[in-house]
Write a protein that binds this ligand. Structure first.
Ligand SMILES: Cc1cc2nc3c(=O)[nH]c(=O)nc-3n(C[C@H](O)[C@H](O)[C@H](O)COP(=O)(O)OP(=O)(O)OC[C@H]3O[C@@H](n4cnc5c(N)ncnc54)[C@H](O)[C@@H]3O)c2cc1C
Ligand code: FES
Length: 331
């Protein structure tokens, strides 16, 4: 059994199979709607149900008309008319599940590991800068991690993994990982990507390992010789938490972008910017009209940036984010 899903105010419609989420059905049919975590945590996929009924794994029974419905978790139980925040026609998403081998693990900061994975011989990973993958754990649950390498380095994948206290992957699995061991991953996921149809200056905002997708985006932009002005604000508690600051400084000194490190709990010797990273942006720019903002990392930061930047004149469609929420995602 399947249902007809119509997009309000347009002639777009697609079929959604029983048990399928609206997000999955839209992607399968070649339509993209905004999303990030796919788990009902980040709210990026929020939209309205104009008519029809469904069941959500996080919001229970949903009967239209209803607002603020998470489309990543909603499975229809009738034909529906919905109003996502945005719908675009895209090629249907093609994802691959691959067994990648661990090639190298380094630990550039006390709570961050950089994990280098190799693809099977002759296989290339197709993704866009800023996207993420899902690692499948033995119990079938999944964890989201952003690719830190640019797409043109397609024979391997680099991940920046923050160690989460009690984390089944970042403490448990990671601790025992050795060179040559395999990890099953599915990729690519995500809508956190530099918008190529814009030439507005881009403000890249990261906390902690939110630097991973930003690194991919910047290295891709350098490779593609994009002329677009870019500003990178990277926030952390202490200087040693900016685990690849040398790389960001190199981009700065070679004129690729302006790098501003911002520390919230610096040592006394720190002479740079202090405070919260999104507040540093507000201090420096005043009005954000005419910019695009790409924010990634701590959900409290992405949420505060979203709200305060809107007040500072940033139009909603020019704010893009991946909030690094907890993602014990079961397929
Ligand atoms: C789109 C996306 C991309 C991501 N990319 C990255 C990335 O590149 N690098 C990275 O380090 N993380 C990233 N994350 C976050 C990462 O997927 C989660 O932190 C993940 O749950 C960690 O798995 P774990 O098995 O180590 O911990 P879990 O076993 O999942 O969690 C253990 C405990 O820690 C808590 N917890 C887990 N993660 C967080 C968190 N982020 N904040 C607060 N509490 C938490 C849980 O609630 C739980 O109590 C991303 C998340 C999303 C949604
Ligand atoms: S809540 Fe649906 S994508 Fe995050």
């Amino acid at each position: 059994m399947d249902y007809r899903i119509s997009i309000a105010g347009s002639d777009v419609a697609f079929r959604c199979e029983a048990g399928e989420t609206l997000l999955d059905a839209a992607e399968r049919s070649g339509y993209s709607v905004p999303y990030s975590c796919r788990k009902g945590v980040c709210s990026t996929c929020e939209g309205c149900v104009v008519a029809g009924a469904g069941r959500s794994t996080v919001q229970g029974e949903v009967q239209g008309p209803a607002e603020r419905v998470l489309l990543c978790c909603l499975r229809p139980s009738s034909d529906m008319t919905i109003a996502p925040r945005k719908v675009e026609k895209r090629e249907p998403v093609v994802r691959k599940t691959l067994d990648m081998s661990v090639y190298r693990i380094t630990q550039p900061a006390a709570d961050v590991s950089v994990v280098q994975l190799r693809l099977p011989t002759g296989v290339r990973a197709k993704f866009r800068a800023g996207q993420y993958l899902q690692i499948e754990l033995e119990d079938g649950s999944r964890r989201n991690y952003s690719m830190a390498n640019p797409p043109h380095e397609s024979d391997s994948i680099q991940l920046h993994v923050r160690h989460v206290q009690g984390g089944r992957f970042s403490e448990g699995v990671l601790r025992g990982l050795e060179k040559g061991q395999k990890l099953r991953v599915e990729l690519p996921f995500g809508e956190f990507m530099l918008q190529d149809d814009s030439t507005s200056p881009a403000i890249l905002l990261a906390t902690g390992t939110g630097f991973a997708p930003v690194k991919s985006i910047v290295e891709d932009a350098i490779k593609r010789k994009l002329e677009r002005p870019m500003y990178l604000y990277w926030g952390a508690r202490r200087e040693e938490d900016l685990y690849l600051a040398e790389l960001a400084r190199k981009w700065h000194t070679s004129g690729k972008l302006a790098f501003v490190p911002v520390l919230s709990q610096p040592h006394d010797s720190w002479t740079g910017r202090r405070g919260f990273v999104h507040e540093a942006v507000l201090d420096d720019f005043g009005s954000l009209a005419g910019y695009q903002v790409y924010a990634c990392g701590n959900p409290a930061m992405t949420s505060a940036a979203h709200d305060t930047f809107a007040e500072a004149g940033l139009p909603e469609p020019d704010f893009f984010s991946d909030a690094f929420v907890h993602t014990d995602t079961r397929p």
